[in-house]
Design a protein around this ligand. Structure first.
Ligand code: WT7
Length: 649
């Protein structure tokens, strides 16, 4: 199959930092001699004490991953202090409110003062290097200040997405034993308030029952809405900041000291605390941000992700700020006040580089071109996408309608675990094929393997693994190194297993085909089927549940739940609603089931294993290839599942 190819645009080819020749030359060097390559590029960040060792990693045994290990640095210093001499008065953060009439610009000088003050407040309350701090915030500048203040004093932040429920927040507080929380009275999205402080209060209660005591809560006043207050524990952010010094020296961190924990879903068990460290992460995120977006000084850069996800960590906060960029933080949603909001903001702030998710592109495409056409978008130079495979139709619309055929679409494949971009075009170097993330970034060695782990050459279809370490990769699962080794390095010995399926074409281009494990990707949000199943069975009426994904026009994947009820329960419309509400309460609105099918029995093998393959097919309305059902303990259940499926048009 030969796909449509767009040559590198003249505008980006002419003066881009990396052209095709440079890409191939650097790539070869990065693979042939990673030590020399990263020795050079590691110096792109500032070190209090430069490293002498570069790479010390193994994907075998206990999988020790160390980069720049004897160097000393600080992430907050690299994002702020080092820019003050040259660009103290340049805007670091543009805040665009949910309300289109509200915005704010924060210079690097102001960022310095805010972060130092907050760091001093945390110190005053006893937060020390290595302590875990939970951040549960909307998309306001204080979220970035909080992350940077933690890194300034060596505290390890755990940002929890504001759409997660109190139960989910509590689980994360307990897992990393965090006793300090930074939140806000209420968030605002699409004109509606979100009760963040209330959620924190509930979460703290739940955590206390599991013997983890939150001692301090710092509360940003965003809406002024009424909130509960625990004197002694709760403190107003603005009051606390007013009474501390505006200087706070950055702590000298070892390159391998933890920077943050970010929880993400896997195919089994509870979400894992993905741990990233300082030096390698800062080198990798700043370098990818510069070359993948062909970022130049003075560019206005906007990534629409939420800081609660890794995209927000690496490409709203750490990567762009390390490069001294102007990064836009958007509090709102793509369809408020209407579906033209993104393009209105692009014009208002003269955005040059725009980075969003396929699900947003698809939903705006559905709203019609008029919403785009009423804006000029003349400032745009680069369009990025991330989160899930982008279908060629959405790619073409993004390229032709949003970008007027002028701006390369940079489809970046990566994961929470990888820290930064892994397979991606470079604007001035890579010819584009709609739907392909194209070629590996410097230092990344992708391979395709078959089920037995045999490495496949040339054009092939297989499971995507990475054969060697790169500076931005995760170092461990917080508190459970064994799980890290098991999850990522045991399926294919000596290789990092991504969990994704992938095809490589005759030009060596990579086409991600989606997860091959029991992980769903719903609107670019990653969710473990096991997590949703365990939320469902925690409801009194449910005895068993199996969750699978099915194709969804806007979300990419929808959540399809098969639920077996306890004896005596009957599957009413009311119970269906109750189960949806229950999952939202346990995990959060992002995990809302799209379909619930009450199933008297689930297809199981004689040894009791649920055959998800069959459930997936039924959810897709595809009964042609159910495969061999003769090994089922009770083949008749399949007939019932088909007859009562929820997915009929
Ligand atoms: C999974 C990782 C990395 C930040 C956002 C998601 C899928 C991500 C792409 C892309 C095809 C993609 C993969 C991956 N994914 N980007 N450009 N093309 N698939 O991070 O929550 O850790 O999810 O998202 O399946 O494994 P995440």
């Amino acid at each position: 199959m030969s796909a449509k190819t767009y040559p590198v645009a003249k505008s980006t080819r002419a003066n881009a930092q990396i052209d095709a020749e440079t890409y191939h030359k650097w790539y070869r060097e990065s693979i042939e001699n990673p030590d020399r390559f990263w020795d050079k590029h590691g110096m792109r960040i500032d070190w209090f004490k430069p490293y002498t060792k570069v790479k010390n990693t193994s994907f075998n045994g206990k999988v020790p991953i160390k980069w720049f290990e004897d160097g000393l640095t600080n992430a907050s210093y690299n994002c702020i202090d080092r820019h003050l001499k040259t660009r103290g008065n340049q805007v670091a953060i543009i805040f665009e409110g949910d309300n289109p009439y509200i915005d704010k610009k924060i210079t690097y000088n102001e960022l310095y003062e805010q972060v130092c003050r907050l760091a001093n407040v945390m110190k005053k309350h006893g937060v020390k290097k290595g302590d875990r701090v939970t951040i549960y915030m909307p998309m306001i500048p204080e979220a970035a200040y909080a992350m940077l203040a933690c890194s300034r004093i060596g505290a390890v932040h755990s940002v929890v997405f504001g759409g997660f429920s109190p139960e989910a927040v509590a689980g994360r507080i307990v897992d990393c034993q965090s006793s300090f929380v930074i939140t806000c009275d209420e968030g605002v999205r699409g004109g509606k308030p979100i009760p963040l402080k209330d959620n924190v209060d509930t979460a703290i209660h739940i955590a206390a029952r599991q013997h983890v005591q939150v001692k301090n809560v710092l509360v940003v006043r965003r809406t002024g809405g009424k909130v509960g207050w625990a004197p002694g524990r709760d403190h107003w952010y603005h009051q606390e900041l007013a009474s501390v010094k505006t200087e706070c020296p950055p702590v000298k961190m070892k390159a391998e000291d933890p920077l943050f924990i970010l929880y993400t879903s896997g195919s089994t068990g509870k979400p894992k605390g993905v741990l990233h460290t300082t030096g390698g992460y800062m080198v990798y995120t700043s370098m990818t941000h510069q070359y993948v977006f062909d970022y130049r000084p003075g560019d206005i850069y906007w990534c629409t992700a939420d800081v609660g996800w890794v995209t927000g960590h690496s490409y709203i906060v750490y990567g762009p700020l390390a490069n001294g960029a102007t990064t836009l933080m958007f509090e709102g949603v793509p369809n408020f006040p209407d579906q033209g909001r993104f393009w209105e903001v692009v014009d208002k702030h003269k955005v040059n580089i725009f980075y969003t998710a396929p699900t947003a592109i698809r939903s705006l495409m559905g709203a019609g071109d008029e919403f785009v056409k009423r804006s000029s978008r003349a400032s745009l130079r680069i369009l990025g996408t991330v989160g899930e495979p982008i279908n060629p139709e959405a790619w073409e619309w993004y390229y032709n309608v949003v970008g007027d055929g002028r701006c390369p679409v940079i489809d970046t494949w990566w994961q929470t675990e990888t820290g930064g971009h892994m397979i991606t075009p470079l604007p001035g170097a890579t010819a584009l094929k709609p739907g392909s993330a194209t070629l590996p970034f410097f230092g990344i060695k992708p391979q395709l393997v078959d089920a037995e782990g045999q490495v496949l050459d040339g054009p092939a279809d297989g499971n995507l693994v990475i054969a060697d370490s790169w500076p931005g990769q995760m170092r461990t699962v917080y508190g459970d190194h064994e799980r890290f080794v098991q999850t990522y390095f045991s399926t294919y010995k000596g290789k990092y297993f991504t969990g994704d399926g992938c095809r490589r074409d005759e030009d060596g281009y990579y086409w991600i085909t989606g997860r091959v494990d029991d992980v769903l990707n719903v609107s670019g949000h990653r969710m473990g089927t096991a997590e949703i199943e365990s939320a469902l069975v925690s409801h009194d009426a449910v005895s068993e549940a199996a969750v699978v994904g099915y194709p969804h026009d806007i979300k990419g994947q929808g959540i399809y739940c098969y639920v077996t009820l306890m004896a005596g329960q009957s599957g009413s419309e009311e119970l269906r609603k109750e189960l949806v509400a229950h999952v939202r309460k346990e995990i959060g609105p992002i995990a809302s089931p799209d379909k619930i099918q009450f199933a008297p029995g689930l297809p199981k093998t004689r040894s009791g294993k649920i055959m998800r393959r069959i459930l997936r097919k039924i959810a897709e309305d595809d009964f042609s290839a159910l495969g061999d059902t003769s090994t089922l303990a009770d083949p008749a259940v399949v007939e019932d599942l088909i007859a009562n499926r929820q997915n009929r048009q």
